[in-house]
Write a protein that binds this ligand. Structure first.
Ligand SMILES: Cc1cc2nc3c(=O)[nH]c(=O)nc-3n(C[C@H](O)[C@H](O)[C@H](O)COP(=O)(O)O)c2cc1C
Length: 344
């Protein structure tokens, strides 16, 4: 979870039998190295480094200036002056510098979001002994990931908090729910499937296994752990979370993401127009989401399952999740439920 994961959270998850991850998608490379070394020093177990693989954003001046105009009222509302000009450095999500760092660090696992890098990068990481995982949001994406050599595939359902891992920019209404996606992906590929999206407790884990998954990826549930880098505002929102809190919108970053509903996001969705490419759109929205309060304008990322969150240290949460899943399996395997009583 970019900007929400920490080495402490990853270490606690690894030490409890999970695959702890560092979200490196928006992290400067020196920090990635330092945090990866911290995780390596804190656990002997496998850990994962996660990267975004999006193309370099194209700077379309007409689209950028139309978006500036659309956002001008929000700038006025919060007294922010004029929206900035595009200042993105135009770099792709995964580049030669990131590959070189990974080949040097050789983490046990690397996962990708928004697709995978080119065949040469994949081959060199595999030759270095790194296991590779990537997210699919459709069956076709999962089949493509298997063809490209992924060792496991995350089937990310619609319920998931954060950016959709779709391999191309998608509209906010394009999404397959976890319940429908996981069994279809499990049928379509031979490599292990990891279910993501809406798994909040042991019942969700058991359900994912019943659907054909070999593991689960949980994000939202860990945002309430003290080890997560979740800010105090989002922690408070998570305490009050309900199933209907969130919206999928591409209006904040330029790519569809599930976050807390806000009037700004809803207004942008009801007046949809082409947006600058991810992550360029952030250049325009960052001042707004920083200045606005939660219901007005914000980018509090969490998923539809947030109401089940528990404020527990990650080790304790991991223990509870395993206990709960085992209990569900035991209950379900006790055999047929008692027959229904005959009608009176
Ligand atoms: C705060 C937050 C940040 C996220 N950042 C990333 C990320 O950087 N890379 C990634 O592959 N997935 C990211 N995700 C998505 C998760 O990997 C995962 O697919 C999702 O959390 C699963 O659904 P859940 O939130 O219902 O557990 C993020 C999710 C959240 C909640």
């Amino acid at each position: 979870m970019s900007l929400s994961s920490t080495p402490e959270l990853a270490i606690a998850v690894c030490q409890s039998g999970g695959l702890g991850s560092l979200g490196c998608g928006e992290t400067e490379l020196g920090k990635v190295r330092a945090e990866a070394l911290q995780v390596r020093a804190g656990t002997n177990r496998p850990f994962n480094l996660n990267f975004f693989v999006h193309p370099a954003p194209r700077a379309d001046p007409a689209v950028f200036s139309a978006s500036r105009e659309r956002l001008a009222p929000w700038y006025d509302k919060f007294g922010l002056g004029n929206p900035a000009d595009a200042k993105t450095d135009g770099r792709a999500g995964f580049d030669a510098a990131k590959l070189a760092l990974l080949l040097d660090l050789r983490p046990p696992v690397v996962s990708f979001h928004f697709g995978v890098p080119d065949d040469q990068a994949i081959a060199s990481l595999k030759a270095a002994g790194v296991k590779l995982i990537s997210s699919a949001s459709t069956v076709a994406e999962a089949v493509e990931l298997e063809r490209r050599g992924m060792d496991a595939i995350i089937a990310q359902g619609w319920e998931a908090g954060g950016h959709r891992g779709s391999h191309r920019p998608t509209a906010p209404w394009e999404g397959v729910g976890t319940m429908a996606l996981v069994p279809q992906v499990a049928n379509a590929v031979k490599v292990p499937v990891i279910a993501a999206g809406g798994v909040g407790d042991g019942r969700g884990i058991a359900a994912a296994f019943a659907l054909g998954a070999s593991g689960v990826q949980m994000g939202t549930a860990f945002l309430s752990c003290p080890e997560a880098a979740t800010d105090t505002v989002r922690r408070k929102l998570l305490r009050m979370a309900r199933d209907t809190d969130t919206i999928v919108t591409d209006s904040i970053s330029g790519r569809s993401a599930r976050c807390r509903r806000s009037r700004h996001a809803e207004a942008m969705e009801t007046t949809r127009k082409p947006l600058p490419d991810f992550p360029m759109m952030y250049d325009l929205t960052y001042p707004i989401i920083s200045a606005g309060f939660d219901e007005e304008a914000s980018f509090h990322i969490y998923g539809q399952i947030a109401a089940l969150n528990r404020e527990l240290p990650a080790t304790e949460l991991m223990g509870r999740l395993v206990e709960e899943a085992v209990a569900v399996f035991a209950t379900l395997s006790r055999g047929r439920p008692d027959p229904m009583p005959p009608p009176a």
